[in-house]
Design a binder for this molecule. Sequence first.
Ligand code: PMP
Length: 756
Amino acid sequence: MESDIKKIVSTLYGLRAEKITRLDGYDNENYRIGTSSGDFVLKIYPETYESAEILENENEILIGLAREQPGLYPVPQKTIEGKFLVRSGRKEKRLIRLLSFLEGTCLGDSEYTPGMLYSFGQTLAGLDRFLQSYNNSAIRARRSAWDLQYFHLNQKKLALIENPADRKLVEYFFLQTEEFAAPFFAELRKSTIHGDANEWNVLAANGRISGIIDFGDLCYTPLINELAIALAYASLFVREPVTDLLPLVRGYHEVLPLEEKELELLYYLIPLRLCISVCHSADARRTKPGNKYALISEKRAWKVLRRWIRLNPLDVEDKFRRGTGRSSRVRRKIEKDLDVRQRQTSRALALQFDRPIKMYGAAFQYMYDCSGRTFLDCYNNIPQVGHSHPRVVAAARRAMARLNTNTRYLSDYFEDYAENLLEKFPAPLSKIFFVNSGSAAADLAIRLAQTHTGREGIVVVEHGYHGNTRLGIEISHYKYNRQGGSGKTDQIIEAEIPDTYKGRYAGDPDAGRKHAADLAKTISTTDLPVAALIAEPIVGCGGQVPLADDYLKNVYSLISELGGVCISDEVQTGFGRLGKHFWGFEMHGVIPDMVILGKPMGNGHPLAAVVTTPEIARSFETGMEFFSSFGGNTVSCAVGRAVLEILDEEDLPANAAAVGGNLLNMLEELVEEFEACGDARGAGLFLGLELVKNKESKKPDTRLASVVQNNLRETGILIGTDGPAANVLKIKPPLCFSRTNAEELVAGIDRILRSR
Ligand code: PMP
């Protein structure tokens, strides 16, 4: 091989190669050739490499640059015959050219000081000013998967990313680009750009940039992509991906001023390049297992992507704006919004936190407000698989674009989803009715129960909540028995909550059975025939109170013996939130006659359902049609199906079990340590920490719960408070919540309790 190279160099260029070193390369062979008249790089391209025309163009650009900005770029060398590009080999299968070798250390092996980054920005902008005047149809026609405007060419590589938690990040940024950046590509100024200013293509010496090499990715694309690509690669080497990169942006802007829209889109374009890079790495692992060059930045890229998801897009834009001397556009005050809200609706529609938040966006377990802050969401059990999960969004969009219609027509959307969902239930739960809210599901479940049994009486659990409809309030002790409520109606029988922390039989291992026996007595004192019992497996609004062991077993038997039906309200506890058990009733070893579903079912899309037995469903066939305009529509079914698939693919119930188990242990340590922490409880990622005046009295400390909640909000962590005295910290984050997230939350609570 070496003799081959020597021969090429001598016959074509009349040079004697004294030393030959193979250099890394992506699609071609590169050799550093040491000669007595200096060093050169010999580049050999396979015939498949795009076209001789592109290489001719590249040479033309380098020749122009050598004239206008000498010393910074490789200079094409002529053959003895005076050609910059030659075909060689038998049947002319190879294209060959020789460039001058630039001395310098790769930026990747240098220190990323502010001065270095500033110089990088200036040099790159200088190059782009030259390239702006260059126009060539072959480069314009290029469609490379590395060109940010053609990011969608990488979609098919997504499947090669093995870890679903990683893959979803790429899918997320692709989707964000499609939605919020790509629509502007057509109106951005375009130019020929270098297109690959990565750490190995940029050379440095004495704290400054001394050269830029490898023009193999020249493309005609929105000009801002050049800077975005440089920033993407530089982000792999700095501590703070935005703040530390500002000198690069400033350096560029001073030579080639950036436009407002360009600055705005950097938030999307920077991670986009990293996403493209990890797609190629996934591909390269398969096709070129030995190619170190292709995999080299992969690990760093994942790290930055995981950090980027925590950045508020508004804040990133603001930093780039201010870094280039523009004014901030971020509005930090919400007084006006509060006024508008007050004008538009009632105070009954409450806002959360002493200082309410105006939200802008969200990604997985992070939420972004309009003032540029990012919050860790430990509070929202609706986006079960994470906020704005790209698969859910894509499923909704696709279905919406095809068919959005009601259940009066047959459709695969309904059939497929109902099939997938019903598979999650034990026999005989095999019939489903779709609605749009937990309230509508609870309402329908009660109607079904009353129709089936021909009775009226409903047994409800103390502090339970089941919905906001008239009937929903009637069966929700948490509502009718608190401020503004009008008390119990005649059809209601109340069951005391079998709370093992502060209930009547707290500490008694037989508490569940005893509470059930008490309920039997209560029922026997009324002459109301029981149609149904409705209960949550862990009472959520009541303060995350798990029902005592064996309570439901005994109560279900009791209700069945009395001829009533048992309804499990899984609106909060369902869909894997409890970790080990996909449904809360499984935790209690019972099978209900009816299950109501909501909240997480559509990951935020209004989707809810009642699942029941064939017998109960049959009783509803009275001749009156059951119709819900939106319940079970094709779009909702597509969304619901995506949620089930993601739960399975990302193994989120297992994550809830692992991270939740760990989090509960940490909360128990707080209980050990602080007098104010009375009890830590729950399962999976459905947890509660009860705050009390002291351990002895167990008296609720409502004020402290509010202090903790509001202080956490100030530090960027969102949790809820609940329970009849609002003294229980309620933790129920999206199931992609990580161990690190859990540690941040506990550290936050710890800090606040300690500083009292
Ligand atoms: N059941 C339970 C257990 C709930 O927590 C809720 C809502 N908090 C509902 C029913 C009512 O659901 P929705 O708000 O969707 O009407």
